[in-house]
Design a protein around this ligand. Structure first.
Ligand SMILES: *[C@@H]1O[C@H](CO)[C@@H](O)[C@H](O)[C@H]1NC(C)=O
Length: 170
């Protein structure tokens, strides 16, 4: 009886720790994939063959976002320290999304030349939707008193997508 009482909080603590690590590390993976896509876009000279790495990184990113959504859905609710970890990871992602979508916006004319802008537009729509699904899944695990704050924290990501979608709108 005493043992159970002692072990239960420990088990709960380790579960929260594990899930915090999982959502945070999923966000870190999404962040890395976002940066890789940005690098592919920035180093692209505008040739057709050079779009292959962009397509590959874009697909990889979408897969990671979907994995992150599943990780968040499977996660236990986050405690305060775990929420702070996730907030830090989110801030990083906000900056990467800004940079990567900024690079994409700057490359619009190159995509136009290859008639690829409508494809980019479609892809951006998919990415935006997938990212918002991931955000929703994560916010659902944040303590209820902090959910509005969390929504504010991820809002710039949707804003970045809207800017990019406006730019690529056919
Ligand atoms: C990136 O952030 C800057 C500064 O907040 C903002 O002016 C710019 O519109 C953002 N760009 C994108 C693509 O989100």
């Amino acid at each position: 009886m005493k043992f159970t009482a002692l072990l239960l909080p420990l088990t709960l603590a380790s579960t929260t720790l594990a899930s915090s690590k999982t959502i945070s590390s999923a966000l870190a993976t999404v962040d890395a994939a976002t940066t890789k896509l940005g690098t592919a876009v920035t180093s692209w000279r505008g040739d057709l063959l050079g779009t292959l790495p962009i397509i590959a990184e874009s697909t990889a990113l979408l897969i990671e976002v979907k994995k992150g959504t599943k990780t968040a859905k499977d996660s236990a609710p986050l405690d305060l320290p775990a929420t702070l970890d996730v907030a830090t990871a989110t801030n990083k992602l906000v900056a990467s999304v800004n940079t990567t979508l900024g690079a994409l916006i700057s490359s619009k004319k190159k995509f136009d030349k290859l008639l690829l802008s409508p494809i980019i537009y479609g892809n951006l729509g998919l990415q935006k939707y997938a990212t918002e699904e991931m955000s929703k899944a994560i916010i659902a695990k944040v303590p209820s008193g902090l959910q509005d704050l969390a929504k504010g924290l991820v809002a710039p990501i949707s804003k970045s997508f809207e800017l990019a979608l406006d730019t690529f709108h056919p």
